[in-house]
Design a protein around this ligand. Structure first.
Ligand code: GLU
Length: 465
């Protein structure tokens, strides 16, 4: 059987192909002469699986999409605080190449417009670095993000340099405003080189998937940027990534994105999938007409909108009750014939999942509430089992809520057993007195035997027990 996903991608391509609106960017000769029939899409899952359709090997220059990644590199090289002193994070609503700075502080509004991107470029390596050092650093980082060696398209670079007065003007404005300290022409040349790096949609989707995967390239496994930088980059992509159409994009597509004047668009859906689309004709906002249509369709069909509320974290905790029973040959154990309450957590648990667990524990084991029939029913249970067997991960706040809930149970003298074969709980036991240590075990059998003694079993409606 063939996977339905490539067929679906081909069908979406054919749906948007008849759209002949727009025209390629005119101000760079090579882009103005692009083959406008080209059309491609790629998806890279966070486990590295790649799907693509159409002209997925055709290369084009990355252009403004580079701004997102160079911002991350600037954060790594100069530190977030320093970057924020130089470049704001507010959407500007202006055209990408507007000569504008924020009135109060002279900073470029954000790193996704040219003024901010040129400033970000100047922060790569260090302020006194040569243009070669900076472009070399950027090319290497982009190649690691894509998982293959990328190159500057010299023809595109020369073509843009020929007519770079506006960007040069921005460079001098930044120097005069004290935002950059190095020679403006060098910084702008480096910025134009960064924009002239060639990619195809598969490269771009891999780069986007690296963002989705907390900075780890999902195929090479290389950690390329810290998760904090990724969050910063995705945030500005969300609010400022689609030129002056960012608001419309967020409401219609709802995926952090960045587009470039060569016709590429990337989308990065955190924790799920990196997407890239390409077609050279642009709308009046500078975004590829067909790529925008593709993203709108994908978002609708695949439920990619990040504000989608159709999946509420309701099923992440299940509660069940079991009776611990000694085997025939086993000596009698004080916990035999007594009840245990089992709380099982599923999936990638964040605050909402941990809150449900904390609430379920309080309901089952707390004082009965007359307004809530059934509450407090199991407060005399001989043990509480928290099963993290099917919990894929716990984020920081989920860990804290669960640690605290366990500590409170132990402080009340309860026996707590945690099934945690993948060590997702990571409770700092060294900082706690032994009386506050839960018993951490690998599986249900170990949990039963700890509670009821060797060889005992459990009677329950649930299949695991
Ligand atoms: N090199 C282009 C410029 O600065 C990039 C613009 C873009 O892709 O938006 O004009």
């Amino acid at each position: 059987m063939r996977s339905p996903i490539p067929d679906y991608l081909n069908a979406v391509l054919e749906k948007v192909r008849p759209n002949e609106d727009g025209k390629p960017a005119q101000y760079i000769k090579t882009l103005a002469n692009a083959d406008t029939s080209k059309l491609a899409v790629a998806l890279v899952m966070v486990d590295g699986n790649v799907y693509s359709a159409g002209d997925d090997q055709v290369e084009f220059s990355i252009q403004s999409i580079s701004k997102a990644f160079v911002y991350a590199i600037a954060i790594e090289d100069a530190g977030l605080e320093h970057v924020l002193e130089k470049i704001g994070v507010e959407p500007s609503g202006d055209a990408f190449n507007k000569l504008s700075l924020h009135k109060g502080n002279n900073r470029p509004m954000n790193p996704m417009i040219n003024a901010g991107a040129i400033a970000a470029h100047s922060l790569v390596v260090h302020p006194d670095a040569t243009a070669e050092e900076r472009t070399d650093r950027i090319l290497k980082a982009m190649s690691r993000l894509a998982g293959r060696q990328l190159y500057v398209d010299e023809e595109v670079y020369e073509a843009e340099l020929e007519d770079a007065d506006r960007n040069m003007g921005i460079g001098y404005m930044l120097k005069a405003a004290g935002i950059i300290s190095c020679r403006p022409a060098e910084v702008v040349k480096g910025y134009i080189r960064q924009c002239s790096i060639n990619v195809n949609v598969r490269d771009l989707a891999m780069m986007a998937a690296t963002l989705c995967n907390a900075g780890v390239n999902p195929v090479t496994g290389e950690k390329i940027m810290p998760a904090d930088s990724v969050r910063q980059v995705l945030s500005v992509m969300t609010t400022c990534g689609m030129y002056d159409a960012a608001g419309q994009w967020v409401s219609r597509v709802g995926i952090p994105a960045k587009s470039g004047v060569a016709g590429g668009v990337i989308g990065a859906l955190p924790g799920q999938v990196g997407i890239a689309a390409f077609s050279p004709k642009l709308n009046d906002r500078g975004n590829s007409v067909r790529a925008v249509a593709l993203f709108e369709q994908l978002s609708r069909d695949m439920g990619f909108h990040m504000m989608d509320v159709s999946q509420i974290a309701r099923a992440s905790v299940s509660t069940s009750v079991a009776k611990i029973v000694a085997g025939k040959e086993e000596p009698h154990h004080p916990n035999c014939d007594r009840r245990v309450v089992i709380f099982a957590l599923r999936g990638a648990v964040r605050f909402a999942g941990s809150e449900r667990l904390a609430r379920a524990i309080v309901r089952e084991l707390g004082e009965p509430d007359p307004k809530d029939p059934g509450s407090g029913e199991h407060r005399d249970a001989c043990a509480i089992v928290v099963s993290l067997r099917d919990a894929f991960s716990l984020n920081l706040v989920a860990k804290r809520v669960i640690h605290e809930s366990i500590k409170r149970l132990l402080a009340e003298g309860k026996t707590v057993v945690v099934i945690d074969p993948n060590s997702v709980l990571q409770m700092d036991l060294d900082s706690l007195p032994t009386s506050q240590h839960p018993q951490i075990v690998e599986n249900e059998k170990e949990a039963r035997e700890y509670i009821g003694g060797t060889g005992c079993s459990a009677v329950t409606q649930s299949d695991n027990w």
